[in-house]
Write a protein that binds this ligand. Structure first.
Ligand SMILES: [Zn+2]
Length: 172
């Protein structure tokens, strides 16, 4: 594994030559994605295969795996979330070509002379980030949110404000 992550590549040319990319990319290198996360720690495991299919269509298949950190919506503590995104894409150079693609493919419009692999990976990562993250109740520190809201309401109704006042007086 080389340390330098390839960014500007020619995807169509890669497909014709059957190239693969298996590398790690630091999440901290992806600014847009980082702005959505609580931490820029961690890496993305990138596994990409450029190829042509039986009808000579340039395709990109593979997966991205990463563990990201989002704040829990209940207790605001950071929580780890494992993401995995797999894809099977047809590389097209003209939007019109999308209509004639076999159904199994997503279309990816590429410019063979100006294609950023990092941008592609970042877009895919961002799409797979969940909008809301919550710990499992048993692992969350925010226990006050775990009660059934209807139970809380009933308890409040039962409480007589005058009794509470008397209790307070008695304590002074
Ligand atoms: Zn939590």
């Amino acid at each position: 594994m080389s340390e330098h992550f390839p960014d500007h590549i020619a995807p169509i040319n890669f497909a014709r030559n059957g190239k693969s990319i298996q590398q790690k990319l630091a999440i901290s290198q992806l600014e847009r994605a980082c702005s959505m996360l609580i931490s820029d720690q961690g890496e993305i495991l990138v596994d990409l295969h450029f190829n042509t299919d039986e009808s000579n269509l340039p395709v990109l298949t593979g997966s991205l795996k990463a563990t990201i950190q989002l704040p829990c919506q209940r207790c605001t503590e950071a929580m780890d979330i494992a993401l995995e995104s797999t894809f099977e894409m047809a590389l097209i150079q003209d939007e019109k070509d999308e209509e004639s693609l076999p159904e199994q493919y997503e279309a990816l419009l590429v410019d063979d002379k100006a294609f950023s692999l990092k941008d592609f990976i970042e877009d895919e990562l961002i799409l797979s980030i969940p909008l809301v993250a919550n710990h499992q109740p048993e692992h969350c520190d925010a226990t006050q949110f775990l009660q059934d809201p209807t139970e809380i309401e009933i308890e409040e109704q039962r409480e007589n404000p005058f009794q509470v006042l008397e209790q307070l007086k008695g304590e002074v």
